[in-house]
Design a protein around this ligand. Sequence first.
Ligand code: 5GP
Ligand code: MN
Length: 341
Amino acid sequence: MHVLEHKHQIARLKEELSSPKRVLITTHQGPDGDAMGASLAFYQFLKKMGHDVAVVTPNDYPEFLNWLPHNGDVVNYMRQKVLAEDLIANADYIFHLDYNQLRRSADMTNTLANATAVRVMIDHHPEPNLLVKYSFSDTTASSTCELLLTIMQAWNNDLIDSDIATCIYTGVMTDTGCFSFPNATARTFTVASVLLSYGIDRTMIYDRIYDNFSAQRMRLMGYCLNDKMEVFPEYRTALISLNLEEQRRYDFVVGDSEGFVNLPLSIKGIRFSAFFLEKEDKVKISFRSKGDFSTNDFARKHFKGGGHLNASGGETKMALDAAIRQFRELLPAYQKALNAL
Ligand code: 5GP
Ligand code: MN
C-alpha cells in the first residue's frame, strides 16, 4: 500500500470537497456485498459532510443486501435510466468503488466515459485500468470496504458511525468469506475490531446475508451438488453449471447462486472451481481457487474477465455447452500448475 500517496490524495480531496459538491458513487455490475457496503458507507459519510450524494448501480443486486442502511436511496441504472444519466452528467465528482475497468459498469460505461466530473477510484483489484484524477488502489486490502474505512478514518474519523460501520463490516465479511480466505490479514481483524467498537450487530449482519434464502434456493443448491457438479480429480478441479430452464424450475432470483462456486472447494484435494450461469444474452462464469493457482490470469486469458488470485469472474457470448467444453479442454494445459504443491 502507498500510505503516503494515499495521505496526500486524501488531503487534496478534503480541500476540494470543503464546499458542497454533487457527488456520484458508482460500482461494478452485479454488485456484491463489498460493492454495496462501500457505496452506502461512503454515501452516508459524504452526506454527513453536506454534499449532494447519489449511489447509482449499473443493475440489480441480491435481495440479501437490500436491508443495508440507506438502501432505499440507491438508483438502479437499469430501472431508472433517465434519472441515472442525469445524475452522471451533472456530477462534480464520480467515485468508482470496487472496480478498476470502466467496462465493468456494463450499460453505464458510455455515459460514465462521457461524464465531465472529476474521477476517483477506490479499489482492491489488481492491474487498475481506469483514468482517474485520484487513485486509491490497494491489492493488499481484503476488500474495498477495508480500504475505504482507512480512507474515511484519515479524512474525518468523527463522521464514522454505527450505520457506516455496519455497511463496512458487510463488505469485509462477504469479501473474506467470513474472515476465512487468505485475503483476511491482521489489518482486516483490526478493522473488524474497530467496527465492532461502534456497537454493530454482527450476528444480525451474518443472518441477513447468509440465512436469508428461499427454500427453493436451498433445493437448487442440493440439485447443483447432486446432479450438476462434475469433478475432475486429475486436474483437482470441479465445475457446476445452471442453464435458464433449471433456473426457472427453481424460481431463481438474483443472488440465489451466490456462494455455489465455493462449494466444490470443500472436497478434499479440489483446488480450482468454476460455476457457469446461463443468462439471456451471455454466460457468466465465476472462478475460485486455493493456493497459488491464479484465477485472475485464467479469467483474463480465456474469459474476458479478471478479479483476484483466488476469486475471479468472466463471461462469454458462447452457448453454455460450448463454454463448458472450452473450459474442460483448457484443463490439460494447466494440469501441472493445478497439481503443483
Ligand atoms: P464473482 O465470481 O463473485 O462474480 O466475482 C469474483 C471476483 O471477480 C470479484 O472480485 C469480481 O469483482 C471479479 N469479477 C467477476 N466477474 C468479472 C468480470 O467479468 N471481469 C472482471 N474484470 N472481474 C470480474
Ligand atoms: Mn471487492
